[in-house]
Design a protein around this ligand. Structure first.
Ligand SMILES: [Mg+2]
Length: 197
């Protein structure tokens, strides 16, 4: 594990007023997976290696109660792809079922925010969505805004809500791509062959 990830982990998982446990909320596209829109995505899913590492810690912390729940909150609507991603992610993490609950863009309880019609097709992610998922899992929503860690490549109302609550560091802004082009080529074992004139 690299030094920065360990430092971030220690900062993010510091046990202050967290008796209820952290709630980890993950976006899917460009956060967990990198290549939804490419044709090869279904055969060779590109998983974010840092998210895989974080989930390995989070799954251990779920056993100790330091993490209360792990959720997927995505604006994707392709349920088949979401299921495929979940299976591949579980294989990569290797610690059983990861998500306590998943909400896609078509979930009937998703926050409707007409005041944000131009952002993400009006499908905002908000604290209310996280609250809904926790209640569905029979878990406490006490102190919620201080317990959410939100991983996304884009800003949402939820990231703003965390900031307003004085927890800007609880929004983890993911910046794809996950691999440098050279690493990606090495990883997939393909090589560019230049035409010789
Ligand atoms: Mg995204």
């Amino acid at each position: 594990m690299d030094k920065h990830l360990r430092m971030r982990r220690n900062a993010v998982f510091s046990p202050f007023d967290m008796r209820e446990g952290f709630v980890l909320v993950f976006d899917m596209d460009q956060t967990i997976t990198g290549n939804y829109f490419s044709m090869e995505a279904k055969e060779k899913l590109e998983l974010n290696p840092k998210i895989v590492d974080i989930l390995k810690f989070a799954m251990q912390d779920k056993d100790t109660g330091r993490v209360s729940a792990i959720f997927l909150l995505t604006n994707n609507t392709d349920t088949e792809f979401i299921q495929h991603m979940e299976e591949e992610l579980e294989k990569a993490v290797g610690m059983g079922k990861i998500f306590d609950y998943k909400m896609d863009a078509n979930h009937p309880a998703r926050t409707h925010m007409p005041e944000y019609p131009m952002i993400q097709n009006g499908k905002q992610k908000s604290l209310a969505d996280v609250e809904f998922m926790l209640l569905r899992c029979n878990k406490t929503i006490r102190n919620l805004v201080h317990r959410v860690l939100f991983f996304d490549d884009q800003e949402h109302v939820l990231s703003q809500q965390l900031r307003n609550a004085g927890r800007p560091e609880h929004f983890v802004h993911v910046n794809p791509p996950f691999y440098k082009p050279s690493e990606k080529r090495r990883k997939s074992g393909t090589r560019k062959i230049r035409a010789v004139s």
